[in-house]
Ligand binder design. Structure first.
Ligand code: DON
Length: 563
């Protein structure tokens, strides 16, 4: 408790330092009734206002999603896709897949040169890298099923922000400046993101064309994006830039309801998370079940024993990911077998608690059926309905394609397919047949929007961006709360580490391990490598007194809003 108060003081006192422009960045918040935590304060506030007006969690989701597409253009989007995990106040759970898919004329070897080598730039930048966007269809579908307030009301905050502009934060200014060359090279027309002088924090970003698109979506729903003028502008831009998305691709796009991955952890926790085409849920389940019987709490947070155990679990689970996971509508992913507790145990049978197992000795298991940019937001409404959404353009600003006349930034999600077995994607992830390119197939994701129950009641809503590191970040934040008993703020703000099988390395954030721990891990045979920050977690915890505790990651402009 004392520690919690201290943290409150610390974040309270430094809030002024985070304040940018006219809005306040709120890292920590306790709310009586409802809460939104997202990557941008203006988006969190848009969601909170909808909740205050009597909107439910799904209404708030729509408002937050469209607002993020304006105020957080590097990852918030209408030109990308994502996943929603939903749990209503009675405990009924569902998931919605609005992941991008491969265009109809996509083909297995489309990113290979004459000699069969992958040309990375083709799947990462420009028009050929774009998957058919899913976000607008996802929002529309979720609202159709669960929404309470009128659709048009939910779009209004985003329309206003795009039309009137808003002041950018220092982080957004840096990101825009970093991407200027890409924007200019890929788009020959003027657009909102390119200007002659460098972007500075506090300057206004106006997106008039995007505002018009948002108005069409506001008036015509899904058709405002996938048909008519917006669709024509997207297809024209594709033709100009050598892309392959057609009118038919856009018209055919549908979001899909899918059965959630649900598993128990230590009897009193239930985890509800995303199935394929995300690898997130399956890999999270394997990871949690691999460590379930181990005394993590006694080992202690970031102790050599705990880091070793978790990294060893991660290396094995990521080897499975590379081999077995892909879009289950196209490839027989052995989901049930991989979720079996016995399978996780089997995968850990060669685990040595004293020594790292080199990744070259680790192959994917054989489950046999016995019976960098993305963003996340977490929402709980006053009735206790919860939404966990992770959405993405893939890289920062996606493919850097800004649709002429529409101001929409399009994704570069095609890079999440395996262009060729053994050829890593931009996150160094490998894939095989399961994730090969096929027309209309959805590319494999790591996004892991997750909701946890404790003793049958809503307990936690969590998720993060971070490419390959998404699953390990979600895993670690959950373990921080459940096993290491950290307060939510600490669980989110503390440093993180990551192992993904290959390369055979524990990546970690700066100052993650003290010298003694690093030495001990090296002695066990681990190779440690410092890297840039890992993840940007948005989490909500339901406290025993029923109040909601929000934690917005310190690593970005992330902010909580509630009432
Ligand atoms: O779906 C995926 O797994 C990736 N496209 C996510 C990309 C990402 O998180 C980049 N953000 N940092």
């Amino acid at each position: 408790m004392y520690r919690f108060l201290l943290l409150l003081l610390f974040f309270g006192a430094t809030e002024g330092l985070f304040a940018q422009g006219k809005y306040k960045i709120q890292k920590e918040l306790v709310a009586e009734k409802a809460m939104v935590v997202s990557a941008h304060p203006l988006a969190s506030e848009a969601g909170r206002d909808i909740l205050k007006k009597g909107g439910n969690a799904v209404d708030a989701m729509v408002a937050v999603h469209f607002a993020l597409a304006v105020v957080y253009p590097k990852a918030g989007n209408i030109g990308g896709g994502g996943f929603m995990v939903y749990r209503d106040k009675n405990g009924n759970a569902s998931t919605l897949d609005f992941r991008e898919k491969a265009p109809l004329t996509a083909s297995r070897n489309m990113y290979l040169d004459k000699n069969g080598n992958a040309i990375d730039s083709l799947s990462r930048n420009g028009h050929l890298a774009v998957g058919v966007p899913g976000s607008v269809a996802g929002m529309f579908e979720a609202h159709k099923k669960y929404g309470k307030l009128p659709w048009s009301v939910l779009l209004e905050p985003a329309v206003k922000l795009a039309e009137n502009g808003f002041e950018i934060t220092a982080q957004e200014a840096n990101a825009l400046n970093y991407n200027q060359k890409n924007f200019a090279r890929i788009n020959q027309h003027e657009n909102a993101f390119v200007k002659k002088t460098a972007w500075k924090s506090g300057q206004k970003l106006m997106q008039k064309e995007l505002a018009e698109v948002m108005r069409r979506i506001q008036q015509n729903g899904q058709d405002g994006f996938y048909k008519g003028k917006t669709a024509e502008l997207i297809v024209d831009d594709m033709k100009r830039g050598g892309g392959i998305i057609s009118m038919q691709d856009l018209e055919k796009y549908q979001a899909k309801w899918r059965n959630p991955i649900v598993f128990e952890y230590k009897k009193n926790y239930k985890v509800i998370t995303m199935p394929p085409p995300s690898s997130g849920g399956v890999v999270l389940a394997i990871l949690m079940q691999m460590v379930e019987d181990q005394p993590l709490e006694q080992m202690g947070f970031h102790s050599p024993a705990a880091v070793h155990l978790m990294a060893e679990a991660e290396r094995r689970a990521y080897a499975d990911r590379a081999e077995h996971l892909g879009d289950s509508d196209f490839y027989p992913v052995p989901i049930e077998a991989m979720l079996d507790k016995a399978y996780a145990k089997l995968r850990m049978r060669d685990y040595n608690e004293k020594k790292a197992t080199p990744s070259k000795q680790i192959k994917a298991g054989k489950p046999i059926k016995t019976s960098e940019q993305t963003t996340h937001y977490s929402i709980v409404d006053a009735d206790g309905n919860a939404v966990s959404v992770t959405t993405t353009l893939n890289g920062n600003y996606g493919s850097s394609v800004v649709v002429k006349g529409a101001g929409i930034i399009l994704n570069n999600e095609m890079d999440d397919f395996s262009a060729k077995p053994g050829s890593p994607n931009m996150f160094g992830l490998l894939g095989a047949e399961a994730n090969a390119i096929q027309p209309e197939k959805r590319m494999l994701s790591s996004m892991t929007p997750t909701i946890l129950e404790k003793d049958g009641k809503l307990f936690m809503v969590v998720g993060t961006p971070g490419g390959a590191t998404i699953i390990t970040s979600v895993f670690q934040v959950i373990m921080n709360v459940i096993e290491f008993r950290l307060p939510l703020q600490d669980a989110v703000q503390k440093t993180r580490f990551h192992h993904q099988w290959l390369p055979d390395q524990i990546y970690h954030e700066k100052n993650c391990f003290d010298a003694a721990t690093a030495k001990k891990l090296a002695e066990m045979g681990h190779s440690l490598k410092e890297r840039s920050s890992i993840g940007q977690v948005e989490a909500i915890l339901v406290r025993p007194d029923g109040k909601l505790e929000g934690a917005a990651d310190r690593r970005g402009d992330d902010s909580a809003a509630g009432y």
